[in-house]
Design a protein. Sequence first.
Length: 211
Amino acid sequence: MERQCRLCNILNGSITGKENQLIAESNEYFSLASIGALVEGWVLVIPKKHVISMKELYIEKGFINFTNYMIRLIKSQYSSSFIIFEHGPNKCDSNTSCGTDHAHLHILPYQNSLYIDMLDTGLKWGECTTSQISSIVGSDEYLFYSEISSNSEWEDPKGFIHVLAQPVSQYFRRLIANQINRANEYDYKKYSHKGVAIETNNVLSRAIGYR
């Protein structure tokens, strides 16, 4: 395709490297270890079709099935509660997407809630389920955050949404970096942490192989 999209190019094999190897895929979705991950087990769920945000995809059966597969896989190796988030751009080259104009959902095993820290940033958050996101945001950009306990799976989870008045970059990464006292490492472009991505890929790929 003419668009230079990192995620599309990983999928079609134009970009290689151990940190970019697919963990799993279905007919419609694939998963990668997140570049810039500050904790091991941090994974992206990505649609194979090139779309900007996840807002229309959360209700798709293929997405739900693949996401639950990944949650079970991560849980089998990292045994933790999860936080899930999306930086939801609605146009190419928005600062909200921070250079990745291809929809993706972050899933990571993480014991602490980000919610109080989210409130402390001064943004206003409303509750919603993932199936409501599209109707709430329309053509606006957004941030979405949810928590899934270790004994739950993805159905139509409730979470918190903020409709952005202006683009914002790497919002949730900043909060996580602050919580673990690595505030200066939030930027995945400067701190790629490829070793963490490779180890996540190795652990989860081996787990698939043992099944």
